[in-house]
Design a protein around this ligand. Sequence first.
Ligand code: XMP
Length: 511
Amino acid sequence: PVLVLDFGSQYVQLIARRVRERRAFAMIVRHDISADRVKELDPIALILSGGPSSVYEEGAPKCDPGIFELDLPILGICYGMQLACQAMGAKVDAVPSREYGPAALREVDGSSPLLSDVPTGTTVWMSHGDQVHELGEEFIGLASTATCPLAAVRHRSRPVFGLQFHPEVSHTALGTHILGNFLDKVAGSPGTWTMEAYLDQAVRAIRERVGPDERVVCGVSGGVDSSVTAALLAKALGDRVVCIFVDNGLLRSGERAAVVDMFGRHSEAELRVIDASERFLTALEGETDPQRKRVIIGHTFIDVFRDEAKSIPGARFLAQGTLYPDVIESGGSPDAPAATIKHHHNVGGLPAELGFELIEPLRDLFKDEVRRLGIELGLPEGQVWRHPFPGPGLAVRCLGAVTRERLEVLRRADAIFLEELRAAGLERATGQAFAVLLPVRSVGVMGDGRTYESVVALRCVDTDDFMTADWTRLPAELLARASSRIINEVKGVNRVAYDITSKPPGTIEWE
Ligand code: XMP
């Protein structure tokens, strides 16, 4: 692997993804990982990330000085460069005023492998308050900008390089190329980490772990992560995978049929569909508090799932679609002890007490890689590019009391909105889109009559990671069509509103 040492930069995950785009397997590790542990992991190179601290401050995060003695190729980015240079005799100081934004690269030494094929004048992205002022004996400058004399450096004799700018952000025009230079030309990366190779390796690992008489239970929801998990397990184990799909009565229109259809066509795994809608809706009866709704749904799901899982002979493993960002976010790094998934996202998930061993075949992957793996496994494009759907389902979009009738109104409005979004070719361009049924009625006029009916809100957001989001500027014609179709076709709705709140301060869901 390539180890990315995390010094607290907001871009650490981006660095890892860029490295993987260049077909090398990147792992994010704590900044204070010991040199011995690094040796065990046997990386081809180290990347020291940026970070918010100053290297000369008391308590600034440092790395084990031993890692500089391992003779591994090292690329320091921003803080990482300052740290590496300081460790080898250079002097770091504050710049007169913090530099943030684009800059043109000058005096480029194109003979150095790092900057090979990087032209003078190319745009790089700066974001720093400190920089290396004096190189000392051991480093040589490779490029500068108008305000930063040492924008790129290399060590005289060791394979150690530094960049004051951020090659990982898209504003650095040739950033991925520069990272590629480091990987290919300095670290000698074979560039063989592809989804195809990953798939082979993942299949082998699953086969090694699960014995011939053992079975894996896999909860499926229709979402991307659980579908890819199930398909991957099925490829490795065939019918030794038993998938459980719980119909909680809170699904979107056509959801259950779509899951059954997909399984029929794309998987050898057994699929058990459990219709538990009665049980969920009874448990939710009269409940209007958002938090209590979630708790009820979570508990009911666990009960239903446990009952079914108990009836599967030889079931030893439970599969989960945990992704790499969950692992990093909760543990600080994958090298840290066991991850716990954010509570919020565990609603509709399963607790450890079910007595299974966990199997998490996606825990090394980012979301876009999971999608690529899905395509590699032969899942339909439409499935792989779906928007996420929350575990508690339509219950958290049916504000107020959840009844069959109100769910049906919501389901139909939601289906129309998504249909129009797809017809406009915008589903893939947006992060999430759905309808919300409000617990209020409004006055309207239809024909000659006055109406007093429900209000539906439409929500559509653009987001990279669902932690922050902005409302999508959907075309007015699309909103007009969705609105008039919903009011005409869904009985009981006489008004449609579009939600123009970003996150923060709003959340994506309404409750
Ligand atoms: P919020 O509303 O917190 O949502 O901005 C962020 C993302 O998380 C999804 N979400 C959930 N997913 N169980 C889930 O599996 C939940 O309880 C849950 N609540 C919110 C939401 O749809 C959005 O994608």
